[in-house]
Design a protein around this ligand. Sequence first.
Ligand code: PMV
Length: 366
Amino acid sequence: MYYLCPLMKDSQFFVFNNSPEWVETYRAQRSAPSNIALVKYWGKEDPQIPKNPSVSFTLDQCRTHTQVNFQKQNKHEEVPFEIYFDGVPKPEFKPKLQSFFKRILPYVSYLSEYNLHIETHNTFPHSSGIASSASAMAALAACIMDLEMQLDPSQSLDYSLQKTSFLARLGSGSAARSVQGPIVGWGQHPKTPKSSDLYGVTIDNTHAAFNNYCVAILLVDQGQKAVSSTLGHCLMEGHPFASQRFDQARDHYAQLIDILSQGDLERFIKLVEKEALCLHAMMLTSDPQFVLMKPNTLQILQSVWEYRKNTGNLVAFTLDAGANVHLLYPDNIRKAVQSFIESELTPFCQNGAFIHDRVGVGLKKM
Ligand code: PMV
C-alpha cells in the first residue's frame, strides 16, 4: 500500500483516477536533454522537495533517448521491468529505478498492470562526468506519460508536460527541469507566480540576448563522482551555512529573473559564477567536507577570467557537482570562444575532450 505524503497535498492533482482505455502493448520513444543550473539546487527534503528554487538552461545536444515497450499483464504490487543501456542489460540501474517506480506508483497506478522493457542511450559519453540522471529520468517519465495519454486521450498537453516534470522530479530533482526549455525554474518563488516545488516551469519573457545561448562542456574529469549528489544534498542537513545558503539562493533567483528579462550579461556572469562557487563552498564546508573540483578546474576558471579581461568577450563559467566546467556565452561570440577553448582550454580537459552545445527546447519525440 502506498500513501500520499501529507506535504504533497497539491500532488493529488497528478493522481490518475480516470477509467483507462487499456492498450495491450504500446511502444513509447522519447528523448530528453540534460540541463545546467544557473541558480543551483543543493539541499532537499522528502519527497524531493527543494530547499530553494533553482533555474537552469536546458541543453540541446546532450540527451538521453529512451524507448519503453509496455506489455499488459495481471496487476502486480510492484512494477516489473528490465533495463538495457546501449543494448546491454544493466541490473545495477535497478535499485534506483525500483525506488522511482515505488514513488510514482500512487500517481500512475496503471503501471502496475504493465511489464516494462526499457532501452536507453545517451548522446554524450557515459563516463563523461555529465550527470545523466536528469535526462534519463525526464525521458523515462515522458515515455510513461506517453502511455498515459493513450489510456486517457482527453488530457491536455500542458497537464501532460507538468505531470512529466512532476514524475521526473521524483526520480531526480534536477530532472524536473529537463522537460521544457530553453530556461526553466523549479521551486516556488514569488518572482515566478506559476512556479512550484513539484515541477519545473518555463521562465518566460526573457531578453533576446539569451536566445540561442551557447554552452560548452569542458570534460576535466570523466570518472565517477567521488560523492554522489544524493549524499551532497543530505550533507546540507545540519550544515552550518545551510539557512544562509537557502536565503542566498532565493535572492539569486530573484536577481536572475530580472537579469534574464533585462538582458544584462555582465550581471548575469557575476551572478552565475558566484552561484557556481557557492555550490562548491557548501561542499568544502560540510561535515565531512569534500572537494569535487580538480586542479584543472581551477586552471580553467583562471583562464576564463583572464580571457574575459583581455578580450571583453562575455563568457561565463558555471560548475555542476563535479570537476567539469560549463562555459556559457552568447551566439555572437561563438567563433572566438570556440577557438579560445580549442587553443587554450583543451590542455586542461581529460583527453582534450569537450562538447559544444547550446540551449534547447526540452523533450522530443524520437
Ligand atoms: O538532481 P540531483 O539530485 O542530481 O541534484 C542536482 C544538483 C546540482 O546538479 C548540483 C545542481 C542543480 O540544480 O542541478
